[in-house]
Structure formats: C-alpha cells, structure tokens
Design a protein around this ligand. Structure first.
Ligand SMILES: [Zn+2]
Ligand SMILES: [Zn+2]
Length: 147
C-alpha cells in the first residue's frame, strides 16, 4: 500500500463511518513496532504501521485513530479512558488494541559442561536431561525472548 492509497483509504473511512472529512495527513511510520497507528495531537496527522497495512484488522486500526482525531478536533473526550471515545469507537467498530504481529515466545536456555547451548520452549529438569551433542549434564542459563 502506498501513502497515497493510505491517505485515500483514511479519507474514505472517515466519510463513510464518521460522516466527516479527514483534512489532515496520513502517512506510514516505519518506527512503529507494536502499535498499529497513532494520532499526533499537535499536527492532527495520523501515522500508521506499514507492517499492519495488509492485515484484515487494518481498517479497525484506522477507525481507532480516526476516533481520536475527530473527538479531539471537536474538543470532546478523545482519550482511551473517556466515555466519548469508548462510545464512538464501538459505534464505528474500531479496534480497541493493535493486533499483535507475533506473539512473543519465551525460550529457556541451558548449557552443558562443554558449553553447548540448548534451547527449549519449555522448562526441563536439569538432572534428567543431557546434552544432545556430547551427553554432558546441563545447567540453566536464563530465559530469553524471540524478539
Ligand atoms: Zn488510541
Ligand atoms: Zn554438550
């Protein structure tokens, strides 16, 4: 999706669901990681996560940011905790949270006496488990994430 297509899409959704025009700028921000989009209070512009642009939930993300936008411009409660926000979001069918791109998986890291690394998705009993390469005993090193 190009930024031109994004701008057009945001304007269409604004007209169709909010009955109001979107008169500012929508662009992709490549620095957004887990958030789907954000509304910039100072400029009234919207930024979206390019990595979520082809998800089926993307329209819901646009509606979410447009809810912030329209309420803020009308000087109504535009924050997540505000009743105006909750009501309008539900009315237009916007998403409450950004969809997660990939669930974080914890990895348990063990090491044997010959310094071989052994990674397991679940915790194992150190005493019952031997290194697959050398047969040595293992000890627990730590837990890591896959991100
Ligand atoms: Zn929000
Ligand atoms: Zn080993």
């Amino acid at each position: 999706m190009t930024e031109y297509e994004l701008q057009t899409l945001v304007m269409e959704i604004s007209k169709k669901y909010f009955g109001r025009s979107f008169d500012h700028n929508a662009s992709f921000n490549t620095r957004l990681r887990t958030t789907g989009g954000r509304y910039l209070l100072a400029s009234h512009n919207l930024e979206f996560n390019l990595k979520m642009a082809n998800l089926p939930e993307f329209e819901g993300i646009i509606k979410h940011e447009l809810t912030h936008y329209h309420l803020h411009i009308q000087k109504r409660g535009y924050q997540h905790k505000d009743l105006d926000f909750k009501r309008l979001l539900a009315q237009v069918g916007g998403s409450r949270f950004a969809p997660s791109l990939k669930r974080e998986q914890k990895i348990w890291l063990y090491r044997c006496e010959n310094e071989h690394n052994i990674m397991r998705k679940r915790r194992v009993q150190e005493g019952n488990y031997r290194c697959g390469l050398c047969g040595g005993g293992i000890h627990f090193v730590g837990q890591t994430g896959n991100k």
